[in-house]
Ligand binder design. Structure first.
Ligand code: BGC
Length: 553
């Protein structure tokens, strides 16, 4: 059993009560929940027939309503006698069983093994995953300079002046001197082709001409770009644009074109004093930035809206055809290479799917594109919980059988809302109830039990995600260990840089993942604690600068 933390996690969850008298279903066909004890229905039936009789006699329903103002309205009576297929406890038990079933170590190891089998063909040939970069060495941590770092994420574009100070005494090794953040909403996300890159150039101009942005008298900027999408690199500063997920349309008419030129052309048109010197995927940027501070770093995980892992591998792990067009000098000198695995695209036949996962995929525009991301990323955790909630409302009377505002709409439930609700430490869930009610109002505010149920589901869904992530990391760790000619027992301790809202901020997510990882690595024969997950703050921005800086050293 994973360590203390897992136990703590498990014990904070409600232990399901044994079936109560109220919940016991005497007919054997339906099990009313504990709010609907045996006496409620006859009582309400009584009121309903009394009302109907009075209406029939008097033929003046409105008068009756005014004479008997306390009499339950027909709607209220109807709502109160709604019956459901099952009790909430019964449904919760099923959800728990389905979501926790795949989490025992033997099953996770099996999944890791299957993922590992998927790697081999993609290391041989694939244009969209296991993508090598031109970064062969990791930074020493002594590199210095000032750079303009660009970070194109799923929902923000950030432009920052970044200072790298090496090990200069008294100075932070990396510092954001100034940063401008521009929201990428749907109006930007849907910009087609070059229009998106024009928008980027406009924002770069706005950032570098902003009087608040201290440029230290810099005349021209060397830029590094962290790109949170796949790119087929053709040099350290160029790469062919590959299909973008996350709802972007910038590839329409530009697919396969050079990303550097797409960005630089509108910058030149605006006479901006910038040159794009380095392009890296955001996962590789995270690895570079963390390695700048901790030389034991060999992997990086990004887990926010999107998901990915970068890994530093011996060059020979990838087939020679993956290095088409690389200069001979690079091929002669490099013994390792930073690889963007695009791990989100793996695992189609690995993950056991529940009916809610299947519903999610049935409504997805590209259900086969990123199967791993669908199970664990911030874009989908809220949606899986939403699908469970909708079922619980309809079949078990969650929220008294009413769908909260907007919760019928796909992707309306934000993973951040669930994280904030889970963080509510108050005894009565006061904050969580208020938060949920503010985001998804109900005419009758949610009860403690409703919100407790939602929190329990989101804990189960996020716990499963943390365990699946551990299986993915384990599979890549096995790949790297073998590629280095080591065994789990002889593999050196290594660090993994972690960035992204889910892994950084979702309550207990990283701890749970670490726990499962410890369990899997020791089961494979490694020393305990041979991998540690470490937060890499602002790593895409810092990594973009480190990548640009590494060119000069
Ligand atoms: C993209 C990756 C990216 C990751 C994290 C995924 O959806 O395909 O390229 O690294 O999200 O941002």
């Amino acid at each position: 059993m994973p360590a203390r933390l897992l136990k703590r996690f498990k014990s904070r969850r409600m232990t399901l009560p044994p079936e109560s008298d109220c919940a016991r279903d005497t007919s054997g066909t339906s099990a009313p929940d504990r709010n609907r004890c045996w006496y409620i229905k006859p009582m309400l039936d009584f009121w309903q027939s009394l009302l109907a009789a009075l209406e029939r006699i008097a033929m003046l329903p409105s008068l009756i309503q005014s004479v008997l103002p306390t009499l339950p309205s027909r709607k209220r009576v109807r709502d109160a006698v709604r019956t459901y297929d099952r009790s909430m406890d019964d449904l919760l038990r099923e959800i728990q069983r389905l979501l926790e079933a795949p989490l025992d170590p033997a099953k996770l190891l099996q999944m890791s093994g299957k993922l590992h089998d998927e790697f081999a063909p993609k290391l041989q040939a694939s244009d969209i995953c296991m993508l090598p970069s031109y970064n062969d060495k990791l930074p020493t941590g002594r590199e210095q300079g000032t750079y303009l770092a660009l970070d194109v994420g799923g929902s923000t574009f950030r432009v920052a002046v970044v200072e790298l100070n090496g090990h200069k005494p008294g100075a932070k090794s990396m510092r954001i001197v100034n940063m401008k953040s521009y929201k990428i909403d749907n109006s930007v996300r849907y910009l087609r082709g070059t229009a998106f890159f024009d928008w980027m150039a406009e924002k770069i101009e706005a950032a570098i001409t902003d009087p608040q942005v201290k440029t230290n008298g810099t005349q021209s900027f060397s830029m590094g770009l962290a790109w949170s999408f796949p790119v087929e690199q053709t040099s350290i500063h160029s790469g062919n644009l590959l299909a973008m997920g996350k709802g972007f349309r910038a590839t329409e008419g530009t697919l396969g074109q050079d990303l550097c030129e797409l960005i630089m052309a509108p910058c030149r048109k605006r006479n901006l004093p910038v040159s794009l010197d380095s392009i890296v995927n955001d996962s590789s940027a995270t690895l570079l930035s963390r390695a700048y501070e901790d030389p034991a770093t060999r992997f990086a995980v990004i887990l926010g809206t999107g998901f990915n892992i970068a890994v530093h591998l011996p060059t020979s792990t990838l087939a020679a055809s993956k290095y088409k067009g690389y200069p001979k000098k690079w091929l002669d000198e490099a013994n390792h290479v930073l690889v963007n695995t695009e791990l989100s695209m793996f695992g189609k036949n690995v993950w056991p799917l529940t009916r809610w996962d299947e519903q999610l995929l049935a409504g997805h525009v590209r259900p086969d594109f990123q199967p791993f991301e669908h199970m664990i990323s911030g874009r989908y955790l809220g949606e899986i919980v939403r699908l469970i909630i909708v079922e619980a409302v309809k079949t078990a009377g969650l929220f008294s059988g009413d769908i909260p505002d907007k919760l019928n709409e796909p992707y309306a439930l934000d993973t951040g809302t669930l994280a904030a609700m889970e963080m509510d430490g108050s005894k009565n869930f006061t904050n969580a109830i208020a938060l949920f009610q503010s985001k998804h109002p109900l005419s009758k505010p949610p009860t403690y039990n409703d919100i407790h149920f939602v929190c329990q589901i989101s804990q189960l869904v996020s716990h499963r995600a943390a365990a699946f992530l551990a299986a993915g990391i384990h599979a890549l760790w096995m790949l790297r260990t073998e590629a280095e000619g080591l065994t789990p027992a002889t593999a050196e301790r290594l660090a993994i840089g972690c960035n992204g809202s889910v892994i950084e901020k979702y309550p207990l997510f990283r701890e749970l993942c670490q726990s499962h990882l410890d369990e899997l690595t020791t089961a494979s024969g490694a020393e305990p604690k041979s991998i540690s997950l470490e937060i890499a703050v602002e790593s895409a921005i810092f990594g973009a600068a480190v990548a640009a800086c590494c060119l000069e050293s």
